[in-house]
Design a protein around this ligand. Structure first.
Ligand code: FES
Length: 178
């Protein structure tokens, strides 16, 4: 019975296969199959590594697929668990993709389970704190029962901006760069 190929074998084989493909073939392969099949094959930690994509810049070669815009749903944001930065909140604001660290500065709710407001802010699902997705800054403190403390929270824990990560929108998919 033939031995099961190891992950390094599969990566090496995929690398060779990619080198043998024309750019058009590879574009079409990535467009059709990249989300899951190649992703599992070449990058068990999640995402598609494009280091073998002919003609791509260095930064694009290390791009990691995060999520398709169509999969974001009405909230326009989601949590992507398996990234080089751990779980991050990824979404679309005013037509532009964004990725920020996932934990609210107030009581650590998962921001990817919140929503993007009509003003383009990322809103926490627990108490409604809001963040500017470009800078990561809290622009509104928590609401509801915590509203009297909104200013204090914003000036203390909220003064530390969320981490922001470089992303790009390509063919309806948000990619993490670098
Ligand atoms: S945990 Fe986010 S506003 Fe309270």
């Amino acid at each position: 019975m033939p031995e099961e190929p190891t992950t390094p074998d599969l990566v090496e084989r995929t690398r060779h296969a990619c080198e043998a493909l024309s750019r058009r073939d590879l574009d079409s392969l990535l467009g059709v199959f990249a989300p899951d099949s190649i992703h599992r094959l070449v990058n068990p930690r999640g995402g598609v590594r494009l280091w073998d994509h002919p003609g791509m810049s260095t930064s694009k070669q290390s791009a990691v697929r995060l999520v398709a815009v169509d999969d974001l749903g009405a909230s326009q944001v989601t949590v992507v668990e398996e990234t080089p930065h751990g779980a991050i909140a990824v979404g679309i604001s005013a037509g532009k993709p964004f990725a920020v660290s996932n934990r609210c500065r107030h009581l650590f709710a998962s921001l990817g389970e919140g929503n993007v407001t009509t003003e383009g802010c990322l809103q926490c699902p627990w108490h409604g704190a809001r963040y500017d997705v470009e800078t990561g800054k809290m622009v509104r403190g928590p609401q509801g029962a915590y509203k009297p403390l909104a200013g204090v929270v914003k000036a203390t824990a909220g003064a530390i901006a969320l981490k922001t990560f470089p992303v790009e929108l390509r063919d309806g998919v948000i990619w993490l760069l670098g």
